[in-house]
Design a protein around this ligand. Structure first.
Ligand code: FEO
Length: 184
């Protein structure tokens, strides 16, 4: 029986759509749902960093982080949409609370860079799972994230280098704050 026939047969029953048209394995569905949560956590973390910069009246850094948080929500929704497109079930879990204070702008960017390296590891693990599951569609979708992580790490590492060179010199930090505030 085709997918269409099964859906037609069950259309008046209260059968979960995922029972008749699931096109990803439960293992992959669970792993992708976990990644939805981790991307929302990234958004939360960067929003907390933005709030930290706001508290220092470093508006440029705050804006950069706010845009980064928005990008992370977009990443989460990209996984969310993909799970649905493959007939999977979206399961949203509790989002871990990020911390609220850092010792310095440099410490924030050390954490951003380390966090992005960790996310790259998560994406790579998903790619490996898609290969193990012979899930070509997920493999192809994940390539977007593989490329995205190259950029994410590059940007975080570049700003970390700049902040590290500057140290805590207020005038130089002010200049970098102005520069980061130009992000659209
Ligand atoms: Fe969603 Fe910054 O990786």
């Amino acid at each position: 029986m085709s997918h269409y026939e099964r859906i037609k047969q069950n259309k008046n029953n209260n059968i979960d759509r995922t029972e008749v048209m699931q096109m990803i394995s439960k293992t992959m569905e669970e792993a992708l749902n976990k990644q939805v949560n981790r991307e929302f956590y990234s958004a939360y973390l960067y929003l907390a960093m933005s709030a930290y910069f706001e508290s220092l009246t470093m508006k440029g850094f705050a804006k950069w982080m706010r845009i980064q948080a928005k990008e992370e929500r977009m990443h989460a929704e990209k996984f969310y949409d993909y799970i649905l497109a493959r007939g999977g079930k979206v399961t949203l879990g509790a989002i871990e609370a990020p911390k609220a204070k850092w010792a310095s702008p440099g410490k924030v960017f050390e954490e951003v860079y380390a966090h992005e390296q960790k996310v790259t590891g998560m994406i790579n693990a998903l790619v490996e799972l898609s290969i193990k599951e012979k899930d070509h569609a997920s493999f192809e979708m994940l390539q977007w994230f593989v490329k995205e992580q190259v950029e994410e790490e590059e940007h975080a590492s570049a700003i970390l280098s700049q902040v590290s060179c500057i140290g805590d010199v207020p005038g130089h930090l002010f200049y970098l704050d102005h520069h980061l505030g130009k992000r659209e």
